[in-house]
Design a protein around this ligand. Structure first.
Ligand code: 13P
Length: 250
């Protein structure tokens, strides 16, 4: 049985004081629910949010990290820094980073190797653009991203990776993939992972869906066989909406 996981990607929102207010709102609303809940605030809010999360089951994640453990990389943040700031999770290869910061599969692969080595739980984001979908290239693009991220990573280690299927056309647009569209790609990813990790291991891997998930559509998405929760953007910035989405994963 795969335990559902719902993570909030706060993107470039919330100062430290605002982040504290948001997580104070979320904490009581999701307490005691049998869902793995994670919040991913900006780097500058990690410490403040961590203090609020003490004695709570909510996990803390970062939105990005560098692929080296330390060094002359101005403006970057390492896995060791994230661990020291209380993070257990890290988002890697979000489409906004691929689109706006030039991240490609080989960079995501290096970051993934580093996160796994550091014992941070990576959430690797994959997904096609509308143009790629319309050109019939979903499988090629999405599985290319999954395979690219895993390049050279041992199967025994790769089973610890969490995946998020986030069709780029559904992110922040209000257009959600239908449950059928999402399930089709999730099943495709799991099938691909089975070839690389073995079926038993692939059956344990969790694959989140992301892209305009709201309280109204979450339950139908999460009810699909291969959808194990969500990675939430806009709706994660509202405690009530985020908690409602977490409850939809029960
Ligand atoms: P939205 O929920 O705002 O569409 O964002 C999804 C996302 O990018 C989460 O990482």
């Amino acid at each position: 049985m795969r335990r559902p996981i719902v993570a909030g990607n706060w993107k470039m929102h919330k100062t430290a004081a605002e982040a504290v207010e948001l997580v104070e709102g979320i904490k009581p609303l999701v307490a005691g629910l049998d869902v793995e809940v994670v919040v991913c605030p900006p780097f500058t809010s990690l410490q403040a949010v961590r203090a609020i999360l003490a004695n709570s089951a909510i996990g803390l994640g970062a939105q990005n990290m560098h692929w080296e453990r330390q060094g002359a990389f101005t403006g970057e943040i390492s896995s060791d820094m994230l661990l020291a700031a209380g993070c257990s999770y890290v988002l890697l290869g979000h489409s906004e980073r691929r689109q706006f910061c030039g991240e490609d599969d080989s960079l995501v692969n290096r970051k993934l190797a580093c996160a796994l080595q550091a014992d941070l739980c990576p959430i690797v984001c994959v997904g096609e653009t509308l143009q790629e979908r319309e050109a019939g290239r979903i499988e090629e693009v999405v599985l290319g991203q999954v395979g690219g991220a895993l390049s050279g990573i041992e199967a025994s280690t790769a089973r610890a990776v969490l995946w998020a299927y986030e069709p780029v056309w559904a992110i922040g647009t209000g257009v959600t993939a239908t449950a059928e569209q999402a399930e089709e790609v999730h099943a495709m990813i799991r099938h691909f992972l089975a070839e690389h990790l073995g079926k038993a291991a692939a059956d344990e891997v969790r694959i989140q869906y992301g892209g305009s998930v709201k309280p109204e559509n979450a339950a139908e998405l999460f009810a699909q066989d291969n959808i194990d929760g969500g990675l939430i953007g806009g709706a994660a910035l509202d405690a009530g909406q985020f908690a409602a989405i977490v409850k939809a994963a029960l």
